[in-house]
Design a protein around this ligand. Sequence first.
Ligand SMILES: [Zn+2]
Ligand SMILES: [Zn+2]
Length: 274
Amino acid sequence: MKNRIKLFGIILIITILMVTCDNNNGEIHSHSYSDWIIEVAATCTTKEIQIQICSCGDEKSREIGVPLGHDLGWFFIPGYEKNICKRNNCGFIDEIKFTLKINDTGPGGGKIFYIADGQDGRSFGFTFYQNVNDTTGIIAYYLEHAPIDQGSSLTWASLGYSSIDIANTKEDIGTGKMNTALILATDKNAPAAKVCNDYINNEINDWFLPSIYELYELYKQKGASGEFSLGHYWSSSQNDNDITNAIVEGFHGINVGGSSEKTEQFYVRAIRAF
Ligand SMILES: [Zn+2]
Ligand SMILES: [Zn+2]
């Protein structure tokens, strides 16, 4: 009987310890919580989170209310109309209407040659990297080419730079602007990249030397979207299997994605993405 009382006493003490806590001085206290305060405000898609805090640091939290819901509005941007959420940092896109077609004149005064509208096996938008440090990119939908060639006999590398590795150039759609910046970060007068980077038309200056897959899209549209020369055009993609070479597109139609010495002189056509 005595043992039972002892056991009951131990269980009682353990129970008391479980509902109280040690404060910093090692003393035992009962939690005394503050009023509920807002820890995280409600967003378009998540409820408000509130907390109560005890002086010992212990916290309780709860979700309350309902999400705010998106605050949609139409934005009119050259090339498309977007019904998007107006709240900061939400980024929700309800609908995009494309207002330009292939071969239409773009905001830069050139011709549209690629639209990532989700049609014909294309993606809905593509990731467009804007500089050498851009690891996340933005979403773009169009590629536009300049109305004229920026050169007809330009080398890819400056004199003395043809064996210099331009590391990390890419080939995909959306990478040409980053490639152009990478080239110029090492070889600041690289002819093919520099004429595109310096080009301004319609007061728009965000032109660049296309990556090989951007250039390939241009090649496929060359008949529909403007006058091109029947020769080789430079891409901004280095041939990483031979760093003295970069990748070209033969617009005379026999050489898709060939490789040439960076000292060769070829055509250059600037493009832009938006
Ligand atoms: Zn406490
Ligand atoms: Zn929203």
